[in-house]
Design a protein. Structure first.
Length: 209
């Protein structure tokens, strides 16, 4: 008798394997997770996991890339369009925190399990760089709309600061499942935009000495 899993298209089977792997990796961590447990959660044989997605390290990287791609697609899709810069940033933040709230296991793998381990940390750094590029573009548009100028390095620094703060708040959100992701997005928007608005007006802080 043919297994129901084997009747599914290859792409669907791979997604099922990745779903199972994300669940196991998020709970066990990379080193403690076993391919046997991942195969069991996916409802398939361990040789099939190896055949489709490779060894455990390959599987973990595949999970990272899928979750990162989903997150970036959610943010860029929400922040696009002909909207005022603050509305684009708000929609991007809402999409970001909404994704984290809906995919807490994926965020755990992406942010907690991978960031301190090579070669996985390089994948996280790549995701962070892509997110910062998106934010820098939004900030650049805001600067231009306000009739101000900002160097590329200033925009990059502001973008990375915003991405870092958003990641930290997202990590907090994962530990507080009763918190509303949209409320977290609102908090981050207040921190980010009120500060950015002052910068766009030319206001800067300088030490007294």
């Amino acid at each position: 008798m043919v297994s129901p899993v084997k009747r599914l298209p290859r792409a669907v089977r791979e997604q099922q394997m990745l779903d199972a792997a994300v669940r196991v990796f998020s709970r066990r961590g990379f080193h403690a997770a076993s391919m046997d447990e991942i195969a069991e959660h996916a409802g398939i044989s361990k040789p099939m996991v190896y055949a489709y997605l490779g060894a455990k390290e390959d599987l973990f990287i595949a999970c990272l890339r899928r979750e990162a791609s989903r997150l970036i697609e959610a943010v860029t899709g929400a922040a696009g369009g002909d909207l005022p810069p603050d509305e684009q940033l708000w929609r991007g933040l809402r999409a970001f925190f909404g994704f984290v709230g809906a995919h807490r296991e994926g965020w755990t793998v992406l942010y907690r399990q991978a960031r301190g381990q090579e070669p996985f940390s390089r994948e996280v750094a790549g995701m962070r760089a892509r997110m910062a590029e998106v934010i820098a573009v939004l900030l650049g548009r805001a600067v231009a709309a306000a009739g101000q100028r900002a160097s590329e390095s200033d925009l990059e620094v502001m973008a990375y600061a915003l991405v870092g703060a958003s990641e930290s708040l997202a990590d907090w959100l994962v530990d507080h499942p009763t918190e509303d992701p949209e409320r977290a997005a609102t908090r981050m928007m207040n921190i980010a935009w009120l500060g950015a608005d002052q910068l766009l007006r030319g206001a800067t802080w300088r030490p007294s000495r």
